[in-house]
Design a protein around this ligand. Structure first.
Ligand code: NDP
Length: 296
């Protein structure tokens, strides 16, 4: 029987554990604070930010929100980040991506104080992750690591194939999976749009992580019996629904489920874990900055 992972349930368990850490911070007079900055009219970005704010509220994390016009000068964004870097009640800062074309994305990532960089995208944090000394593990790959651990999927010695090499999913995912630590020790292959014979690679996977942003790219014929399939993709495709679209993953769920040993659905798989790990990083950021030890 294929085991369909429930990211909502695993995420809820982790968030329940976080409540104890938040209570410990509270005893020391600290309330963790997460600032979100949105510089976009994109409805999807607006939705993501409001989901993150709601998740903070539910857990007792202070959420602070800054919204800038999409055509505002870049300096307005950098000034906002600078103010947040200096605000003692703000422990985590998240600038929702993508930012408009006239703003240099790399400069934005570098502008966030590394100890408040709860996305883990600042070059200092990327370097620490690669060096095996992560301060903040990027939320989506970290969430996947937690999902695998919760399901008892052994990464040590496993052949892990990752489809996608983005800075936010594919690259940090491979860097977590190759660390000499629990949740790591895998043998990894990273595929991308120039990869030849993709299905040859995906069929070799014990663990297949699809993060290509390409609707139902991976079907059952590309998977070997018993593979653990993690679908990161969230793609809007036209559909005869009230909204006129539906969300599908990078994996064709029905045919993949026939073969997979373990599989994540979309929605309800990786997505809830990403938000949970953002909250986790915010609590960790508060613990570091306020020098209050908590169990994480
Ligand atoms: P990007 O577009 O930044 O990267 C996509 C990667 O996939 C690129 O490396 C690209 O190759 C590769 N790729 C694209 N098409 C193919 C193909 N046909 N064959 C092989 N490789 C391919 O996407 P993200 O990493 O930001 O996101 C990936 C997906 O995950 C999206 O659907 C996104 O919405 C979703 N997502 C979901 C999250 C969640 O919490 N559930 C969080 C973050 C993202 P190349 O580098 O050569 O262009």
């Amino acid at each position: 029987m294929t085991h369909v992972l429930d990211g909502n349930a695993v995420g809820k368990r982790i968030r329940d554990d976080l409540r104890d850490s938040i209570a410990d911070l509270d005893s020391a007079g600290v309330k963790p604070g997460l600032a979100t900055v949105l510089m976009s009219d994109d409805p999807a970005s607006e939705t993501y930010v409001s989901m993150k704010q709601r998740a903070c509220d539910n857990l007792g994390i202070e959420s602070i929100h800054h919204e800038l016009d999409a055509d505002a000068p870049a300096d307005e964004l950098f000034d906002t980040v600078e103010t947040l870097n200096n605000a003692s009640e703000v422990h985590g800062i998240l600038v929702q991506m993508p930012v408009p074309d006239h703003v240099d994305k790399r400069e934005v990532l570098r502008s966030v104080d590394p100890v408040k960089d709860v996305d883990g995208f600042h070059p200092e944090n990327v370097g620490r992750l690669v060096a095996g000394d992560a301060r903040f593990k990027p939320c989506t790959p970290h969430g996947i690591q937690m999902l695998l651990a919760d399901a008892g999927v052994e990464t040590e010695g496993a052949d892990a194939v990752i489809v996608g090499r983005s800075d936010i999913v594919g690259k940090p995912m491979v860097n977590l999976l190759i660390q000499k630590e629990p949740g790591g020790n895998a043998t990894t292959t990273v595929c991308h749009s120039r990869t030849k014979n993709l299905s040859e690679k995906t069929r070799q996977a014990d663990i297949l992580i699809a993060a290509a942003g390409s609707p139902e790219l991976i079907d059952g014929s590309m998977i070997t019996e018993g593979t653990t399939v993690i679908d990161v993709g969230v793609n809007r495709v036209d559909a005869d629904t009230e909204k006129g679209y539906e969300l599908v993953g990078d994996v064709e769920f029905e045919s993949a489920k026939e073969k997979a040993g373990v599989i994540t659905p979309v929605p309800g798989g990786v997505g809830p874990m990403t938000i949970t790990m953002l909250l986790y990083n915010t609590v960790k950021a508060a613990s570091i900055q306020e020098d209050v030890a908590v169990d994480l």
